[in-house]
Design a protein around this ligand. Structure first.
Ligand code: SIN
Length: 298
C-alpha cells in the first residue's frame, strides 16, 4: 500500500510503491484520490524506462504526443524529451517548455489532466538545485475567491488560446521561437471552458482560468473581461496557494492540471544540464463517471 506524506499548500510525497511494475487497482485508487486531494505527487527514486513511463501514464487517460513530432523517445513516441542538452550541435529536447504560469492544454476541447515528469538530470550551481517547478492550488483559489466575484462568474466561460503563451515566448525571445503561421494556428483552435469547474475526483469547485492561455471571459465586454482576468490571475498566484518542487534525479512527479497551475523556473544556463522525460495525459477518461466510480471504489 503506498504511503502518502502531504506537504504544505499542496503536494505530497508517495513511497512504498514501484511504478515500474503494473499497478494494482487498490493502489491506483489511493494514488488517484491523493492526486485530487494534494494536486502534485512526488514519487522519489523511480527512474523508469520509457515503456514503463508510458504504461504508468496510460492508467490516467490517453497520452497526447507532440503535434510537431519532435523531441520524442525514438521507440516510444508517447514519451517526450524536455532538455537544454545539445548533442553534435543539435538540441535533444524541448528547452523552454512551460516557462511561465499555465495549465497544460486548457486550449484544447479535451483539456490536459495529468502531467508525468521523470527527472534524469537536474541542474545545480554551488550545491543549489536549479530548474524547480512551482505549482498553485486552484481548489484553495476558488474557496478563497471574493463571494461577489464567485457569484458574478458562476456560469461564465473563458476562451483559452494556445497562441497567447506562444506569443509571450516569442516576445521574450529566449528560445528562437517564431510567430505561428496561420496553418499552425489553425491546427490549434481556441477552446472554451467554464471559469469554475467541478473537479472530477474531489467533487469540489476549482478556478479553471490560467494566465498562460485564458484570453477572454466570454460573457463580459472586452474591457471588463481584461480587468477581471487580471484580478483572477493576481488572486490565484498569491504565495499562500503556492508550492515549489525542487527536483532530485529519479523523482517522478505527477500533477493534476485541473486543480493546479504550474511554472517551470528557467534559472539555469545552457551549461547546467536539465533532462526530463514527460507524458501528457488528457482528461478524456477522468470526466467519465464510470471511470471515476470504478477507479476510486477499488
Ligand atoms: C511543463 O510545463 O510541462 C514543464 C515543466 C517543467 O519542465 O518543470
Amino acid at each position: 500500500m503506498p504511503t502518502i506524506q502531504p506537504s504544505g499548500a499542496l503536494g505530497a510525497r508517495v513511497t512504498d510503491i514501484d511504478l515500474s511494475r503494473p499497478m494494482s487497482a487498490p493502489d491506483f485508487a489511493t494514488i488517484l484520490r491523493a492526486l485530487g486531494e494534494h494536486g502534485v505527487l512526488c514519487f522519489p527514486n523511480q527512474l523508469l524506462e520509457p515503456a514503463a513511463l508510458r504504461d504508468f501514464s496510460l492508467r490516467f487517460g490517453s497520452i497526447q504526443t507532440s503535434l510537431s513530432g519532435k523531441f520524442q523517445d525514438p521507440e516510444i513516441p508517447e514519451v517526450g524529451i524536455l532538455s537544454n542538452i545539445m548533442v553534435d550541435g543539435k538540441p535533444i529536447g524541448l528547452a523552454d517548455a512551460g516557462q511561465d504560469w499555465h495549465t497544460d492544454m486548457s486550449y484544447r476541447d479535451t483539456m490536459g489532466f495529468v502531467n508525468v515528469l521523470n527527472a534524469h538530470k537536474v541542474p545545480r550551481r554551488n550545491g543549489q538545485v536549479l530548474g524547480s517547478t512551482e505549482f498553485a492550488n486552484m481548489h484553495k483559489a476558488y474557496d478563497e475567491l471574493d463571494p461577489a466575484l464567485k457569484k458574478k462568474l458562476e456560469n461564465a466561460t473563458a476562451t483559452h488560446d494556445f497562441n497567447k503563451f506562444w506569443d509571450m515566448m516569442v516576445k521574450r525571445g529566449t528560445a528562437n521561437r517564431k510567430p505561428l503561421t496561420p496553418e499552425e494556428r489553425a491546427k490549434r483552435p481556441p477552446a472554451v471552458h467554464p471559469v469554475f469547474l467541478t473537479h472530477p475526483i474531489t467533487g469540489r469547485k476549482v478556478l479553471y482560468c490560467n494566465p498562460g492561455y485564458a484570453v477572454r471571459i466570454n460573457e463580459l465586454d472586452e474591457a471588463e473581461s481584461d480587468r477581471i482576468l487580471e484580478e483572477l490571475f493576481a488572486h490565484q498566484l498569491q504565495p499562500r496557494f503556492l508550492h515549489k518542487h525542487q527536483w532530485s534525479e529519479g523523482d517522478l512527479l505527477i500533477w493534476d492540471n485541473i486543480g493546479t497551475l504550474h511554472n517551470a523556473i528557467p534559472d539555469y544556463t545552457v551549461a547546467e544540464h536539465r533532462l526530463m522525460k514527460r507524458c501528457q495525459v488528457m482528461a478524456d477518461k477522468v470526466f467519465q463517471t464510470d471511470f471515476i466510480r470504478q477507479s476510486l471504489a477499488a
